[in-house]
Design a protein around this ligand. Structure first.
Ligand code: B12
Ligand code: SF4
Ligand code: SF4
Length: 245
C-alpha cells in the first residue's frame, strides 16, 4: 500500500502506474529482472534490421521481458534435457503463465507468452531486453546486466497495451575490460573480436554429443542424458557481482 502511494506521487501517467505494478508483480513471482519495451523499439533493433521481421500478432503493443539469474554455482538451471528445455526456462515459463492469469483481471491487459525459438514465432530476446532496460550487449555477444552480468536467461510476453517502456541503460562494462570472455572460447569464435555463430555452433554440437547422465533427477525431470551447453564466454565475464556474493 505504502509503495503504491509512493508511485502515485512519483507519476501521474496511468500507463506508468500499470507498468510499475506489473514489474513489481513479476519480481514477486521470482523474476530476477523485468522490464517493458515498446513494439516499435524492438522491431527497429539491430537483429530485426539484420534478419528481417517474423510475423507478430497485430495487437502486440509492448513486450514484457523477464530475466532469471543463472549463477555460476547453480549450473543445473542451464542444463538441457533435450525435450523440455532447462529447469531455468521452466521457471520462467511458470512465471509467464502466472503473469498472464493475473494481468487481465488486475490491470485489464491481455498477454501472450512468446515461444523461445525463432522458428516457432519467438523474438530476439537480447534486443528486446536491451530496449526493456535490462542490460547492454557485451563483447561476448550476450546481454550483460548490472546485477548479474551475462548470467541471466530470458523470456518475454506480448502485451496488448502500450505500457510505459524503459529507457536503454547507460552502462559500458566492456569499455575498460580486457575481454577474458573472448580468450575463454574453446572454438575461437570471435575472430577479429566479432562473434561467429558457425564456430560457436561447432561447440554446441560437441556438447550435444557428450550428453551427461542426470544426477538425482528432481521429481518430474527426465532421466535421460542432459546437455551441458558451453558457457565459457559467459562465466569468464567479471561484470555483475550480485550472484557471486
Ligand atoms: C539460436 C540461438 C543460439 C544459437 C546461435 C546463436 C547466435 N547468437 O546466433 C547457438 C546454439 C549457437 C547459441 C549459443 C549460445 N546461446 Co543462444 N540463443 C539462440 C536464440 C534461440 C536465438 C538467437 C538468434 O538467433 N539471434 C540472431 C543472431 C543473428 O543475432 P546474434 O548473434 O544474437 O547477434 C545480435 C545481437 O548481438 C544484436 N546486437 C549487437 N549489438 C547490439 C546493440 C544493441 C543496442 C541491440 C539492441 C542489439 C545488439 O545484434 C546482433 C545481430 O543481429 C536465443 C533466444 C531468443 N529467442 O532470442 C538464445 C540466447 C541468445 N542464447 C543464450 C545463451 C545463454 C547461449 C549460450 C551461452 C549457450 C547456453 N549455454 O545457453 C551460447 C552463447 C553464444 C554467444 N556468445 O552469443 C541466451 C542469452 C542470454 C544472455 N545473457 O544474453 C538466449 C537469449 C536464450 C536464453 N535462454 O535466455 N544460441
Ligand atoms: S568479459 Fe569484459 S569484454 Fe567480455 S563481455 Fe564481460 S565485460 Fe565485456
Ligand atoms: S558459448 Fe562457448 S563456444 Fe560459443 S562463443 Fe561462448 S565460449 Fe565460444
Amino acid at each position: 500500500m505504502g509503495l503504491r502511494l509512493e508511485l502515485d506521487i512519483m507519476s501521474t501517467n496511468p500507463s506508468d502506474h500499470r507498468a510499475q505494478d506489473l514489474l513489481r508483480y513479476a519480481r514477486s513471482l521470482g523474476a530476477s529482472l523485468a522490464g517493458i519495451a515498446s513494439r516499435e523499439a524492438v522491431q527497429s533493433s539491430r537483429s530485426y534490421v539484420a534478419c528481417g521481421l517474423g510475423p507478430w500478432p497485430q495487437n502486440a503493443r509492448a513486450i514484457l521481458v523477464l530475466g532469471l539469474a543463472h549463477p555460476a554455482d547453480q549450473p543445473r538451471l542451464d542444463w538441457w534435457d533435450g525435450l523440455q528445455g532447462t529447469p531455468g526456462n521452466r521457471t520462467l515459463m511458470r512465471i509467464s503463465k502466472q503473469i498472464i492469469e493475473w494481468l487481465r483481471p488486475e490491470l485489464g491487459v491481455a498477454a501472450r507468452d512468446i515461444p523461445y525459438r525463432m522458428e516457432k514465432g519467438g523474438i530476439f530476446l537480447k534486443d528486446a531486453a536491451v530496449h526493456a532496460g535490462l542490460g547492454v550487449i557485451g563483447k561476448n555477444n550476450l546481454l550483460i546486466t548490472p546485477p548479474f552480468g551475462p548470467r541471466v536467461r530470458l523470456r518475454a510476453l506480448f502485451l496488448d497495451r502500450d505500457l510505459e517502456p524503459a529507457r536503454p541503460l547507460e552502462y559500458a562494462p566492456c569499455m575498460a575490460c580486457e575481454a577474458p570472455c573472448i580468450r575463454a572460447c574453446p572454438q575461437k569464435a570471435f575472430p577479429q573480436g566479432i562473434y561467429e555463430r558457425s564456430l560457436c555452433s561447432r561447440q554446441m554440437d560437441r556438447d550435444v554429443a557428450r550428453r551427461k547422465p542426470a544426477p538425482e533427477p528432481a521429481p518430474g525431470e527426465p532421466q535421460r542424458g542432459w546437455i551441458h551447453y558451453c558457457r565459457r564466454c559467459e562465466l569468464a565475464c567479471p561484470a555483475g557481482w550480485a550472484d557471486r556474493a
